[in-house]
Each structure stands twice: as structure tokens, then as C-alpha cells.
Design a protein around this ligand. Structure first.
Ligand code: SF4
Length: 390
């Protein structure tokens, strides 16, 4: 079996190790790029969301590289994510590709286990040992990747030369990819903090803090979000994404961190009683937590035509007013141009810096208010603009 699966950010590093340990050869297509997106957009239904198009292009590349089995997480979601797998499989089969489809869903657990046992020549004790080892390795990789991303994020805004941070990040990523022993991964994990602390720093310690919320794929995948976390970090902004690849995998793949999600969603309850899918309640809960923790602003990033991210916007606007925290919405699709995207981000950061200065120097406040009125449309204007654009 040569299996491929849709991925975002760095989760393929974890999944590839788990699958390899339980006896599955994996095909990892190149990281998403313009070609992948153009191919996916050409084959996908026109109005479907951006993650579908990127992952479809990715699957075509995997099949061309020899994959004969596609693995998808599917199920009964309230948005489109639950049927991505079946719809992509139909499109790919119509194009003439032949492959097996494995759906990872709760009501098919028995079927999945029996396929893993078959792969290991029906050796049940052997399969059990391999599976436990595979998940231990997967967990160790997830923890070290999480720590690496965190260390890079909290170091980048303070360093003199961002290239030093990028170099260190890449060298650790290579070590994590090649390591196949939980013990070795533990020692890599221990050395991360010390290594990042040796990078020369700027003299000032003051930074703008932004919470990044929105749809999972757009938050996590650097190709579609134009590497927003590194871009902001290089501008001297401390970015705190509400979700990372390993955390997404832990929750959606293995239901880890349920109590944390329940705590966040409880925060949102005043504005959002019923989850309609995606990350609607999470975005609201994290906006409130960010405001209470003194963050300077929130960016909500989502695909154009993403149902949950669109319907939650009025509630986010209300909460941002109630908690007095600036909020920027960014919607992405295959036509989004990097320059326009980054200009909006940079303008938002300038506004947050002015706001911060005006809190220290009230004389600047009046010009700040006028500036904001000119640059940021008021909440109601944003809604009208969206309606006009539709
Ligand atoms: S959350 Fe939005 S972008 Fe993600 S699958 Fe659902 S509708 Fe599409």
C-alpha cells in the first residue's frame, strides 16, 4: 500500500511517522504551491472553499507520484469538511485515477483496525506492539514540533536578524523529520529553548500582540495565509495562533484537549449558543480571552465562502466592540494577491501601534481616532461592503 492523505502545515511530519511504523508506505506530495492551487481550483466546484481546492491539487500530485490509497478523515460535520473525502474521490475517479479510499470515521473503526492487522500479516500481538510504538513516536513528534513553533514565535519579534531565527527553525525541523526515536526527540525538545535564547536580540522589549483566529486551514497552512505568522514576527509582532497543526491533529484525530475546547466555547456562549461548524465558537472564545489578556488586536482569517466563518462575523464584531479590541477580517481565495494581503496586515499593525502610543500619550489620541476612521471601515461598513461584494 502506498498511501497519501491531505495535509496542512507540518502535520504530515507526524502522520508519516505513525503510518510508516504501522507498516504503511506514505507518499508526501510537494508542499502546496501555486501549481497545486491552480490544479485544484480547475477541478473543484467553483464555489467550494479554498482548503478543498488546495488539498485536491495535492492529492492529484500524490497520485501522480504513485499513491494507490487515499486516506481522509470524514464524517458528519455541519460544514463541508465531512464530505471532502468522498467528493474528492469522485472527482479523481472521474479523471481516471484508480485508488482505494480509506475513510477515517468513528463508525468505521472496526474496518480500519482490521486493515491495519491485514497489513501486518494478521499478526494481532505484533500489530498491537507496532501501533503503540507508532503512537508514542507520533506524540513525541507532535510535542517537539509544538515546542519548536512556540519558541520561534516568541523569539522572532525580538531578534536583530530574523534570518537567524529562520535558520535555526529549519535546522531543528530537519532533525525532527529524520528522528525515529522518542528518546532522541525528547533531547531535541530540551535543547530548543537554549538554542533560541542564543540568538542576538534588539534592545527594546516592547511588541504588539495579536491573536490569530479563524478557519483551521487558513490559520495553519503557510502557503494559503502567505506565512502570516512569520511575516508579522519579522515586523516585530508577537502572534499567537489559536490553533496549530499538532493541536488540530490531537483534537480532530484523537479527541485530545476536549476540556480546553469546552472552556473556550463556554467563553463564547453569551454571543454564540450553537456551534454551526468549523471554528465559529472557538474564534469568539479566543477573541474574548485575548481581550481579557491585554492583546492589542485580533485577526480573523478564513476562506471566502466558508459558511461557519461568515455567519459568525456579526457576533465577532459585537464582541470586539464590547471588549474594545480591534478586529480585522481577512477572506482568502485563489484570487487573493499576496501584496494586497500583506498591505492590509501592515496597515492593521500600524493602527495598533498608534493605538498603543495614544494610550501612553493621550495628545495623540485625537489624531489616532481620525486616522482609524479613515483607514478601518467601521463594523457596519464591513458588513455592508461584504454584502455589496457578493
Ligand atoms: S470550515 Fe469553512 S473552509 Fe473549512 S471545510 Fe468548513 S466550510 Fe470549508
Amino acid at each position: 500500500m502506498k498511501a497519501a492523505f491531505p495535509y496542512m502545515g507540518d502535520i504530515h511530519i507526524i502522520l508519516e511517522s505513525i503510518l510508516r511504523h504501522i507498516g504503511v508506505e506514505t507518499i508526501i506530495p510537494p508542499n502546496p504551491n501555486k501549481d497545486t492551487l491552480a490544479m485544484g481550483a480547475q477541478l473543484a466546484p467553483e464555489t467550494i472553499c479554498l482548503p478543498f481546492k488546495v488539498t485536491l491539487g495535492n492529492m492529484v500530485k500524490a497520485l501522480e507520484q504513485g499513491a494507490d490509497t487515499l486516506i481522509y478523515v470524514t464524517g458528519f460535520w455541519s460544514c463541508r469538511f465531512g464530505y471532502y473525502g468522498r467528493l474528492q474521490a469522485d472527482i479523481l475517479r472521474e479523471l481516471g485515477y484508480r485508488f482505494d479510499l480509506i475513510e477515517l470515521r468513528r463508525d468505521r473503526i472496526g474496518e480500519i483496525i482490521s486493515r491495519i492487522i491485514d497489513l501486518n500479516r494478521k499478526n494481532i500481538p505484533g500489530t498491537l506492539v507496532k501501533t503503540i510504538r507508532a503512537f508514542r513516536l507520533g506524540l513525541a513528534k507532535a510535542q517537539v514540533i509544538e515546542k519548536l513553533n512556540y519558541s520561534a514565535r516568541i523569539t522572532l519579534p525580538f531578534v536583530k536578524d530574523p534570518a537567524d531565527c529562520r535558520k535555526l527553525f529549519q535546522s531543528f525541523t530537519e532533525k525532527i523529520k529524520s528522528s525515529m526515536h522518542p528518546g532522541e526527540l525528547k533531547s531535541i525538545r530540551r535543547s530548543i529553548t537554549d538554542s533560541f535564547s542564543t540568538i542576538p536580540r534588539k534592545s527594546s522589549n516592547e511588541v504588539i500582540k495579536i491573536k490569530l483566529v479563524g478557519e483551521s486551514y487558513c490559520t495553519i497552512e503557510p502557503f494559503v495565509n502567505f506565512d502570516i505568522i512569520w511575516h508579522l514576527g519579522e515586523l516585530g509582532v508577537l502572534v499567537d495562533p489559536f490553533l496549530t497543526g499538532p493541536r488540530w491533529l490531537g483534537f480532530h484525530g484523537f479527541r485530545l484537549g476536549k476540556s480546553e475546547v469546552a472552556r473556550i466555547q463556554k467563553k463564547a456562549h453569551k454571543y454564540w449558543r450553537y456551534c454551526v461548524g468549523g471554528e465559529d465558537a472557538n474564534a469568539l472564545g479566543h477573541l474574548i480571552i485575548a481581550a481579557e489578556a491585554g492583546y492589542d488586536g485580533v485577526i480573523h482569517i478564513h476562506p471566502f465562502a466558508c459558511m461557519p466563518s461568515t455567519v459568525v462575523q456579526p457576533a465577532l464584531i459585537k464582541a470586539s466592540k464590547d471588549y474594545n479590541i480591534p478586529l480585522l477580517f481577512i477572506s482568502l481565495d485563489e484570487h487573493t494577491i499576496e501584496t494586497g494581503f500583506l498591505t492590509r496586515i501592515d496597515a492593521f499593525v500600524s493602527i495598533l501601534e498608534r493605538k498603543r502610543r495614544s494610550l501612553k500619550n493621550p495628545l495623540e489620541k485625537e489624531s489616532q481616532d481620525n486616522f482609524s476612521k479613515r483607514v478601518i471601515p467601521q463594523s457596519e461598513d464591513i458588513l455592508t461592503m461584504n454584502r455589496r461584494n457578493l
